[in-house]
Design a protein. Structure first.
Length: 576
């Protein structure tokens, strides 16, 4: 917005393409502006579908909007607006919303936004400006994250705190169905029904240095190498090995009810789902509580049975994953005690749950989660031990487990030193388009996570599964062209997985193994081996996943892919 005139620029591709466009435009500067990096939900990624969108340029009020989320009833609204004479230039649901605001506008942008949002179904985080109110920015949210940084003589609106911290460390989150009107001098917040509310301004939990790339080529590599220190921070003040105690202040008030719980249900999506699977094994082994894992997206629509004594644990890095938030709300409505395992302080999940535990691993910028996954597994380990100690676990066992847990960051540091070796091995196989990842017990979810990492950043097709399941169909795929990655550390199922390796070798498959240091025997069964430190079976996922993270990273780099911003993916999935 410049001198009551709106200047609009859009481009296809990375932000640098838009920067080139802006550099060729004269006078593109001002004191009020909105911008959005959009990934396609409706329509192809093209300039006409790119944000911002505006109401009718000839007959409209000069209303411009950016939107993250999805308007589910946009088809009905579009038909209504077309009947009212509105003309659309894009395929997006967003354009329908800005035209609706324009239709309802009568000199008060805030009121028009409130009225429009009462008519829409779906999820949204929006920012809206208007030519007729040049010093006003109206924002609103439901389902998609949105926060306001409160700086000196400025406000910065963003979906994530990493976009704000360079300007201010003071911020407040918008709750669902909240609208905020920002001007040069002040702000006010209301519900969509115009009921005034007072937001809580918080201090952001990290500083700018944590989100700078530094000497690393990519954020993903930086975050893999940050994992040892991230886990030290995660553990800090939470364990007392000498006394055999786990201290989790966030759930202390619910400790009695947790100990008496009869059933635990973990929910999550993607990487968080894999962490939840490990949590299931930990909870049943250490706490002896029947536990199951559900995809958040399935739980909400499956009419789940929630009995007395059920605890629902939501795992989400961002705390804003739409499916997980919806499942959490469903479980809470049905009477479950709800806990959150979350990284982002003040996020929706942290506000919706009865209690929770923060990961404290710092901001994660790369789309493919690494240190947040290890933080989730670490917190699940602490939670299972916390409950188990109060149920069945002896103090000596817990002391021993916690002492070993303290060594895990050093073990991971040791594994990261294999990065060059892993790169050289990976280079031999990156032309292969189909991979298998196999594991047993605690390492089965690790195999799933390894396959997911390879898929999402290198675009190689990969499948993870229990090693024994291979014989029930997938073994037909194995030939000399297929790399098979085994997580084959020494544990209770070691002999079984060595047998599975032999089955692959006899059919010509090329075997890469993650194995325990000192296991020289396994070399005769494999083409390549990555060795990790020897740790107790329940703690093995914390070290065995690291070589698979590095394998995926190097595969993507060798294939020339955009590691930190893989195609079609977003860091936080805020639509269903």
């Amino acid at each position: 917005m410049i001198n009551s005139k709106i200047h609009l620029a859009r481009a296809v591709g990375r932000v640098r393409v838009l920067e080139d466009v802006l550099s060729k435009m004269d006078g593109f500067h001002g004191s009020l502006g909105i911008a959005h990096t959009r990934w396609a939900t409706h329509g192809e990624p093209s300039e006409r579908n790119a944000h911002p969108h505006s109401d009718d340029e000839e007959k409209g009020h000069g209303i411009v909007l950016i939107h993250n989320g999805i308007i589910e009833n946009y088809t009905v609204l579009r038909k209504y607006l077309q009947e009212r004479g509105h003309k659309f230039t894009s395929e997006t649901d967003t354009e329908v919303l800005v035209h609706l605001i324009g239709e309802l506008y009568d000199g008060d942008l805030e009121a028009a936004v409130q009225s429009a949002l009462r008519e829409v179904t779906g999820a949204y985080a929006i920012a809206v400006i208007c030519r007729e109110e040049p010093d006003v920015l109206v924002i609103a949210r439901k389902g998609s994250p949105l926060m306001v940084g409160v700086g000196k003589d400025e406000y910065i609106v963003a979906s994530d705190s990493s976009a704000i911290v360079a300007h201010t460390t003071q911020a407040f989150y918008l709750d669902d169905y909240t609208v905020a009107r920002l001007t040069r001098d002040d702000f006010r917040t209301t519900t969509v029904d115009n009921v005034p509310i007072t937001p809580q301004i918080r201090e952001l939990e990290f500083d700018l240095g944590q989100i700078e790339l530094g000497d690393y080529e990519h954020y993903m590599l930086k975050e893999i190498f940050e994992q040892p220190e991230a886990l030290r921070l995660c553990l800090k003040g939470r364990i007392n090995p000498r006394e055999g105690q786990v201290v989790l202040g966030g759930i202390s008030e619910l400790a009695r009810d947790l100990v008496k719980s009869k059933r635990i249900v973990f929910i999550g999506q993607g990487t968080a789902y894999h962490a939840a699977m490990i949590g299931e094994y930990l909870m049943e082994e250490l706490a002896k509580i029947p536990t199951e894992v559900e995809f958040s997206s399935e739980f909400r629509y499956r009419n789940p049975i929630i009995e007395d004594g059920t605890v629902l644990i939501a795992i989400t890095q961002s705390g804003e994953t739409a499916d997980t938030i919806a499942a959490l709300q469903e479980g809470k409505q049905r009477g479950a005690m709800t806990l959150g395992i979350v990284n982002v302080v003040g996020s929706t999940a942290s506000r919706e749950t009865d209690a929770g535990i923060y990961l404290r691993v710092g901001p994660e910028i790369g789309v493919a989660s690494t240190k947040a996954f290890l933080g989730q597994v670490m917190v699940a380990t602490l939670l299972a031990t916390f409950i188990g100690r109060r149920r069945y676990l002896a103090a000596d066992y817990v002391s021993s487990l916690l002492s070993e847990l303290q060594t895990i960051p050093d073990c991971i540091e040791k594994v990261t030193k294999l990065s060059d070796e892993i790169r050289d091995v990976t280079a031999k196989y990156t032309d292969r388009e189909n991979w298998l990842f196999l594991g047993r017990g605690y390492n089965y979810p690790v195999a799933l996570e390894g396959a997911l990492k390879l898929k999402e950043i290198s675009y190689i097709h990969a499948e993870g599964m229990p090693a024994a399941e291979m014989k029930h169909g997938p073994i037909a795929l194995i030939d000399k062209h297929m790399p098979v990655v085994f997580v084959a550390t020494r544990n209770s199922q070691y002999e079984k997985i060595v047998s599975n390796i032999e089955e692959v070798r006899s059919r010509g498959g090329q075997v890469i193994a993650v194995a325990t240091e000192g296991d020289d025997q396994i070399r005769q069964h494999c083409d390549d081996v990555f060795y990790v430190p020897d740790v107790s079976e329940p703690l093995q996922p914390l070290v065995t996943v690291v070589p698979l993270q590095l394998l995926a990273y190097h595969a993507a780099v060798i294939r020339g892919k955009d590691v930190d911003k893989p195609r079609n993916l977003a860091k936080s999935v805020t639509v269903e």
